[in-house]
Design a protein around this ligand. Structure first.
Ligand code: 2NE
Length: 270
């Protein structure tokens, strides 16, 4: 498969193939743990996927066959957060969670190994998870002095239920890909050698569907958990669709033509 580089980064690979944008966390020496710079790069890449018309689906994965992502890089964890080259402590992985939720295109976690700690949260936040048989899932926060009481808990509980979510966080054990699938937090499990083929197949199927319909489904499913913020995203897309209609054009045209708008010509649907 001929993945074309969209933009060069230091910590990630950012590539395109037939409408699929792939973000690969490329720090295999630390099992694809993220540092602040990694998250900044992922945020830039995600912003590009939002703007680009030639991107239909986004895939997030990890380099190599050992890990998807092992969470925050413990080597740079300082007081107040993960410390970047600028000496500032940050927890900017949370910005990625917000952007994935709000991105009007599906985001798929292609889990090729360990999805642990913040790496586990990352797959939880994605719209779909496709895992290889060797993948392992689990939280470690309460074992290593961290926690994510945001989407990493509340959205996880929507997948696996309240009791299981508490078990995952309280015990900090690891689960196999099959167990994760049975719990409802993984969509499908395939042999490692089939992982990318399966993911590409799913992406291509999704891209045959109506992008606006997919977008509204994502918005609706998010709104249930995201409160006013979720409703805002949903409402924004309702406005987008209204702007596509002659009724909205009439308002603007009347203003520019300095006449009263004639809204009565438009249907009042039952
Ligand atoms: C992932 C896991 C279970 C793998 O275990 P194993 O035994 O197969 O490999 P090993 O030897 O532990 O790891 C391989 C290399 O990767 C590094 C290790 O230090 C090791 O390096 P070398 O000794 O070979 O030089 N490595 C792995 N994970 C790392 C990490 N997160 N930071 C820096 N280096 C890492 C096992 O490695 C593991 O349990 N890793 C730690 C997982 C973890 O606790 N992550 C942080 C959780 S907190 C978090 O991510 C977080 C949050 O909870 C809330 C908000 C934001 C972030």
């Amino acid at each position: 498969r001929n993945w074309e580089t969209i933009k060069e980064f230091e910590d990630i690979k950012f590539e395109l193939f037939e409408g699929i944008a792939k973000i690969t966390i490329n720090r295999p020496e630390v099992y694809n743990a993220f540092r602040p710079e990694t998250n900044m790069e992922i945020l830039k890449a995600l912003e590009m996927t939002r703007e680009r018309q030639d991107v239909g689906v986004v895939v997030i994965t990890g380099a190599g066959d050992k890990a998807f992502c092992s969470g925050g890089d413990q080597n740079v964890k300082g007081k107040g957060g993960y410390v970047g080259d600028d000496g500032v402590p940050r927890l900017n992985v949370l910005d990625i969670h917000k952007v994935i939720r709000s991105l009007p295109k599906p985001v798929i976690a292609m889990v090729n190994g360990y999805a642990i700690g913040g790496g586990h949260v990352l797959h939880v936040v994605c719209d779909l998870t496709i895992a290889s048989e060797n993948a392992r899932f689990g939280q470690t926060g309460p074992k290593v002095g961290s926690f994510d009481a945001g989407f990493g808990s509340s959205y996880l509980a929507r997948h696996v239920g309240q009791k299981k979510a508490r078990e995952i966080w309280f015990l900090c054990e690891q689960y196999t890909a099959k167990e994760a699938e049975q719990m409802g937090m993984v969509n499908t499990v395939v042999p490692l050698e089939d992982l990318e083929d399966t993911t590409v197949k799913w992406c291509k199927t999704i891209m045959k569907r109506s992008p606006l319909a997919i977008r509204m489904i994502k918005r609706g499913l998010n709104a249930e958990l995201d409160g006013q913020r979720g409703l805002m995203e949903f409402a924004g897309d309702a406005t987008l669709m209204y702007y596509l209609m002659d009724e909205a054009q009439e308002g603007k045209n009347a203003f520019l033509e300095k006449r009263d708008p004639d809204f009565q010509q438009f249907p009042k649907f039952p």
